[in-house]
Design a protein around this ligand. Structure first.
Ligand SMILES: [Zn+2]
Length: 232
C-alpha cells in the first residue's frame, strides 16, 4: 500500500543525508497520504545503507502500525501531533543539522537578517522553551510536539515552516515531503548565514517592508517570482 508515498519518503530520507543535514540515522522524514490520512515514516534506527522503500512504515493518525515490519521512528509521536494539529501539512522532517541545531542549543530564535531568510520564512524562526523534567521523562516525543505548537501559537505553519526545539534541533514541514526537505535545506542555509551575520556584529533584523517584499513575491496570491508552478 501507498507504494508511491513510501518511495517519496524513502528518497526524502536519503536526500537529507545527501544535503548534509543528517549523518548516521540522526534524522527522519515522513509524509501524509491526503486521501486516507495515513502517515508513511522512516523506520527506527535502520542503517541508510540497507534501507529500502518497502521498509518505510505506514501508521495511522494514532501511531498504530498499519503496514511494515519495522517499528516507526521514535519521533513518530511528534510528527503525528503536528499532522493532527495542522491539516495543511503533507510532510514533516526532523534533523540535527549543524547550524540550525547550534541555534537550537543556544535557545535562540533565528532573526530575519536578510532577504535569503525572507524568501523562505515570514519572520523569525522561533525557538521553543525547554521541556521540564516531567515533560522529558513522560511522553517526551508528544511533549516535544506540544511545545512546538505552543510556540507557533497563531502563526500559520506554512509561512514559518520550521521551529527550533530548544536544546535539541529543528523540525521542518511543508505541503508534502519534498517541500519539507526543501524547507529543511533552506533552514540550514539561513541558520548558517545568520550565524556569520551575528559574528560580524549585526543584531537587528531587516525591516518589515523588506521582509514583506521578499516573502510575498514568492508566496501567496500576489506572488510573481518564477513561473506559474514555482511559487512554493
Ligand atoms: Zn532529534
Amino acid at each position: 500500500m501507498l507504494e508511491k508515498l513510501k518511495h517519496t519518503v524513502y528518497k526524502a530520507n536519503l536526500d537529507l543525508v545527501e544535503n548534509g543535514l543528517v549523518i548516521r540515522t540522526w534524522g527522519n522524514a515522513s509524509g501524509r497520504d491526503k486521501e486516507s490520512g495515513l502517515i508513511v515514516i522512516k523506520p527506527s534506527g535502520v542503517s541508510y545503507d540497507f534501507m529500502r522503500p518497502e521498509d518505510m512504515v505506514v501508521i495511522d493518525q494514532e501511531g498504530k502500525v498499519v503496514e511494515g515490519k519495522y517499528r516507526p521512528s521514535t519521533d513518530a509521536p511528534t510528527h503525528l501531533l503536528l499532522y493532527r494539529t495542522y491539516t495543511s501539512l503533507g510532510g514533516v522532517v526532523h534533523t540535527h543539522s549543524s547550524y540550525a541545531t547550534s541555534w537550537a542549543q543556544a535557545g535562540k530564535a533565528i532573526p530575519p537578517f536578510g532577504t535569503t531568510h525572507a524568501d523562505h520564512f515570514y519572520g523569525e524562526v522561533p525557538c521553543t522553551r525547554l521541556l521540564t523534567q516531567k515533560e522529558t521523562e513522560n511522553d517526551y516525543e508528544i511533549n516535544t510536539g506540544k511545545i512546538i505548537i505552543e510556540k507557533l501559537a497563531e502563526i500559520d505553519p506554512l509561512i514559518v515552516p520550521s521551529v527550533l526545539v530548544n536544546g535539541h534541533g529543528p523540525f521542518c514541514w511543508g505541503i508534502d515531503t519534498e517541500n519539507a526537505v526543501y524547507n529543511a535545506v533552506a533552514l540550514e542555509e539561513i541558520a548558517r548565514i545568520a550565524f556569520y551575520t551575528v559574528l560580524l556584529g549585526k543584531t537587528e533584523p531587516i525591516s518589515q517592508f523588506l521582509l514583506d517584499k521578499h516573502f510575498k513575491r514568492k508566496h501567496g496570491n500576489d506572488a510573481y517570482y518564477g513561473q506559474n508552478d514555482d511559487k512554493i
